[in-house]
Write a protein that binds this ligand. Structure first.
Ligand code: CAA
Ligand code: FAD
Length: 380
């Protein structure tokens, strides 16, 4: 067993850290207040190669491993989870899905600009009546010979208005249940495709989460991903890797909050000494460090399994379940360590606490991760 990172992994982590601390930090409070999408920051992230990190260089990507991706996700999420959710969707849902299951034509046309960060992608599974219960798709795509006619509504879509390329899951044959679901590449600007309302959110307020409406959108047949009926498996396989990315995001939120709490505990004095000299605070920091380190080991192990061609469905779900609960619990503690200062925006920890909550909800709620884990354990 080798816990040492390679030189390349360290370089990627340090580059992401540098970008987060020197570029993202300055405007993060303002972007959160104004619910402003980090357009310029995402553009720079793309130029640095962080939007198609794992894609083969022949398709414009960085050719990096999942461990490097997880390390970068942690660093970016320490500072701005609104940026890292965009990064996560583009890398692990859209690029990975297209590279793994797309045709050569689809890769050349859609993957290359996404991997280079010239365009942004969105992954559209959730609907008003199909969230956790993802097989209950109401969006339909009817086979019309050379094209499908797409009708329906997707909601909660990350990168909803900024994306150019949308992977949309829809029911093509109701009678076949989940085996009658397909995934399609839909372009912004296709007739009948409308971007709906933007959500006003508790956390990750800089990310643009939208409802999308499809009315008789003609999607060319060649835009279907995989064999007929592969759409639900496509979504599940893609989400398995996505969960490693969101676990790394949760880890970053937790470790970012810990860094702030540790630094503050060394500065703030009460009763004649630094607050970390009070055992109650020192023990909070011990618990925080232990939980963060455990989450990190789980995230990296799952990434390692993916890099080594092993099944990572269970470890990814476990990493997401655990890291998201650590993010939630430890950001609350970081606010507590800051006292009243933790309750105001200037000190960053209140935002991290608000951002932490979403990691227990998207890409499968914590309850859904427990379904995935328990089925995997019981079926073994
Ligand atoms: N890989 C391959 N196939 C899989 C699979 C996997 N990991 N998981 C399930 N399947 C297959 C099953 O084998 C089955 O196919 P067969 O019948 O042919 O064997 C089929 O999918 C249906 O599986 P289940 O019977 O297990 O389906 P279910 O209705 O019980 O639901 C579920 C399973 C795990 C709960 C699933 O619905 C799920 O993951 N729900 C959560 C949805 C989710 O995560 N949404 C995230 C949206 S994207 C997002 O959120 C992005 C973001 O925020 C940034
Ligand atoms: P529901 O499924 O209605 O769940 C409600 C509650 O019931 C939850 O606590 C859930 O865990 C519980 N529950 C449901 N079923 C069970 C069960 N069988 N057993 C036990 N408990 C259960 N989706 C996309 O497709 N693409 C995106 O880019 C995207 N981005 C998002 C961004 C944000 C900010 C948000 C808030 C959501 C995003 N989502 C996205 C949607 C997200 O994946 C769903 O919100 C999530 O899967 C839960 O679905 P739901 O909201 O319909 O909740």
């Amino acid at each position: 067993m080798n816990f040492e990172l390679t030189e390349e992994q360290i370089a990627v982590r340090d580059a992401a850290r540098d970008f987060a601390q020197n570029v993202l930090k300055e405007g993060v409070i303002e972007r959160d207040n104004e619910q402003r999408f980090p357009k310029e920051e995402i553009k720079q992230l793309g130029e640095l190669g962080f939007l198609g990190m794992m894609v083969d260089p022949k398709y414009g990507g960085g050719g990096m491993d999942t461990i490097s991706y997880a390390l970068a996700m942690e660093e970016i999420s320490k500072v701005d989870a609104s940026v890292s959710v965009c990064m996560s969707v583009n890398n692990s849902l859209v690029c990975w899905g297209l590279e793994t299951y797309g045709t050569e034509e689809q890769k050349q046309k859609y993957l290359v600009p996404l991997a280079k960060g010239e365009k942004i992608g969105a992954f559209c599974l959730s609907e008003p009546e199909a969230g956790s219960d993802a097989t209950s798709q109401k969006t339909t795509a009817i086979d019309k010979g050379d094209h499908y006619l797409l009708n329906g509504t997707k909601n909660w879509i990350t990168n909803g208005s900024t994306a150019s390329t949308y992977l949309v899951i829809a029911q093509t044959d109701v009678e076949k249940g989940h085996r009658g679901i397909n995934a399609f590449i839909v372009e912004k600007g296709m007739e009948g495709f409308e971007i709906g309302a933007k959500e006003d959110k508790l956390g990750i307020r800089g990310s643009d989460t939208h409802t999308l409406l499809f009315t008789d959108v003609k999607v060319p047949k060649e835009n279907r991903i995989g064999e007929d009926g592969f759409g639900f498996k496509f979504a599940m396989k893609t989400l398995s890797g996505g969960r490693i990315g969101i676990a790394a995001q949760a880890l970053g939120i937790a470790s970012g909050a810990m860094d702030l709490a540790v630094a503050y505990s060394k500065e703030r004095k009460a009763f004649g000494k630094e607050i970390n000299k009070h055992q109650a605070i020192a023990f909070k920091i011990a618990d925080m460090a232990t939980a963060v380190e455990t989450a990190r080991l789980m995230v990296l192990k799952s990434a390692w399994e993916k890099d080594n061609g092993l099944n990572y469905d269970q470890s990814g779900a476990m990493a997401k379940l655990y890291a998201s609960s650590v993010a939630m619990a430890q950001t609350v503690e970081a606010v507590q360590i800051h006292g009243g200062y933790g309750f105001v925006k200037e000190y960053h920890v209140e935002r991290l606490m608000r951002d932490a909550k979403i990691t227990q909800i998207y890409e499968g709620t914590s309850e859904i991760q427990k379904i995935v884990i328990s089925r995997s354990v019981l079926d073994a």
